[in-house]
Design a protein around this ligand. Structure first.
Ligand code: BES
Ligand code: ZN
Ligand code: ZN
Length: 497
């Protein structure tokens, strides 16, 4: 772990100075000053070399004693400087800087904000994005090879040249970034090294670090309180299920409680309705929802906002043995509704059903569930957008707003009556857990919504977005930690609807 230290308007010694450079925009004062020192050679170079200003291009220029900084990183902005509406682009650009400083093993860098964006009101936002991008872009997947995971030297000091003090904002952004990296670590961890009880241990560490109240419900208690849906899924595995509960009380009264329910399936084989063998190893990521909730709780625990948040994580494996749940079985969930299990691979909605009921029982007034729930969501939206289902437009629009600010895209699915009716197609039980391929993500979401029972609720299906198969500027192949930032952003200023 590295530390971020930021200083303002103070000429500290740094190895690298980062400056944004555009084709036509109003030139930044810094650029003009540097150009003067270089006798106009920089503006000359900009005219000749279009690459210098190309959006996302990073050009290193050695100052050879003409400046106290040894190296300049010019970051191409395209035509002109950016506005804060272009926060996604800024996140990308700062991530490119983050990757380069890491590669060059820079420990002290400085960055001039006015060269990227001239809107002074938004310096704080810029600082937040900088802190976040630096953390995200430096993430590396932990591996288990003989020679690996050496501690890498990394940025110990960032000087931000700004007109106002933005240290706090940069640090908040940084917290958001490292909490996402924490979720990525959990998602990337192999299933044998992250069982339901390991997940519970992770939650205990968080609780200790942030003084959360914690409760881990064990199997015997689940039997007593009737968590039949979670128990049914866990029946096929030797690993005991856990219902993990974390409570953060930032207000005096336990009111206006935001409940976060995360799917903690530490390995999903499909059960008796077994999955095909291709990419089965990737099903270690089926606890991405739990990871998002824990990551968000890390942000909340660090920043300590005046809000109440309850995290509930049903954790289990979905395997198959002689006691495993079978297609055709009828189970009874904690709230009394019966479910005919048509497909044991639709297990997420089962464990989440009890998670939702339990969160309500513990006082949640609003519910957000987050889950790697359906393959169908990636057919609909690909791997860049999270699918949403809701029973409350006001809560939904708060989630949308939070997601737009963080650049984690969310799209809401329709919930017309026929979709609801598809859930009621069992002859023997209240609900059918797998009504068929049509509208798979919607029916899956609405199934979970059956357990919200009138409480404002938003469901986030991250089966497409929790894992990326291509590297990008903000992170490598593997777990993305998606929704940590959106949920945290929503939660820290949450005041109900
Ligand atoms: N964990 C899977 C969904 C998933 C698929 C996550 C791909 C990540 C990547 C979930 O439990 C599942 O298997 N869903 C089934 C539901 C179906 C049986 C109704 C699916 O999507 O096929
Ligand atoms: Zn499944
Ligand atoms: Zn699953």
């Amino acid at each position: 772990m590295f530390e971020i230290k930021t200083r303002f308007n103070q000429h500290t010694h740094h190895e690298v100075l980062v400056v944004g450079i555009s084709e036509k925009g109003v030139d930044s004062e810094t650029f003009l000053k540097i150009d003067e020192i270089f006798n106009g050679e920089l503006s000359e170079l900009r005219k000749k070399n279009r690459k210098l200003t190309k959006r996302g291009e990073l050009t290193k220029i050695y100052t050879l004693g003409r400046l106290s900084t040894k190296v300049l990183y010019f970051v191409g902005l395209g035509e002109k400087q950016l506005s804060v509406e272009e926060s996604n682009e800024l996140r990308e650009l700062f991530a490119i800087v983050g990757k380069q400083v890491k590669q060059d093993r820079v420990s002290r860098m400085a960055i001039v904000f006015e060269s990227f964006c001239r809107e002074k009101d938004f310096e704080a936002t810029l600082a937040f994005i900088l802190g976040e991008s630096i953390a995200l872009s430096s993430y590396k997947v932990f591996d288990y090879k003989e020679k690996s995971n050496e501690v890498e030297m990394f940025l110990s000091d960032i000087t931000m040249y700004t007109s106002t003090d933005c240290k706090n904002d940069a640090e908040k952004g940084f917290v958001s970034g490292i909490s996402t990296n924490y979720a990525r670590d959990l998602v990337n961890r192999p299933g044998n090294l992250l069982t339901p009880s390991d997940l519970a241990d992770e939650a205990s560490i968080l609780a200790r670090n942030h003084e959360f109240e914690i409760d881990i419900i064990e199997k015997a208690e689940m039997e007593q309180i009737g968590m039949g849906a979670l128990l049914a899924v866990a029946a096929g595995s030797d690993q005991a299920p856990k219902m993990i509960v974390l409570k953060y009380q930032g207000k005096e009264e336990w009111t206006n409680v935001l409940g976060l329910v995360g799917k903690g399936l530490t390995f999903d084989s499909g059960g008796i309705s077994i999955k095909s063998r291709e990419n089965l190893h990737q099903m270690k990521m089926d606890m991405g929802g739990a990871a998002a909730v824990l990551g968000a709780m890390n942000v909340i625990g660090t920043l300590k906002p005046t809000v109440n948040v309850l995290a509930v994580i049903p954790a289990s494996e979905n395997l198959l043995n002689g006691s495993a749940l079978k297609p055709g079985d009828v189970i009874r969930s904690m709230n009394g509704k019966t479910i005919e299990v048509r497909n044991t691979d639709a297990e997420g909605r089962l464990i989440l059903a009890d998670g939702m009921t339990y969160a309500k029982q513990l006082g949640a007034n609003y519910l957000i569930d987050v889950a790697t729930l359906t393959g169908a969501v990636s057919v609909a939206l690909g791997d860049c957008t999270t699918g949403a289902v809701t029973n409350n437009q006001e809560l939904m629009s708060k989630v949308m707003k939070a997601s737009l600010e963080t650049g984690e895209w969310v799209w809401e699915f329709p919930t017309y009556k026929p979709y609801h009716e598809m859930l009621r197609t069992s002859d023997v039980a209240d609900l059918n857990n797998a009504p068929g391929r049509l509208a798979g993500s919607i029916t899956a979401g609405l199934f979970i919504g059956e357990f919200a029972e009138g409480t404002p609720w938003v469901h986030l299906d991250i089966a497409g977005t929790a894992w990326q198969t291509k590297e990008n500027n903000l992170g490598p192949i593997g777990g993305t930690g998606v929704m940590v930032r959106t949920i945290a952003n929503l939660a820290i200023k949450f005041e109900g609807i």
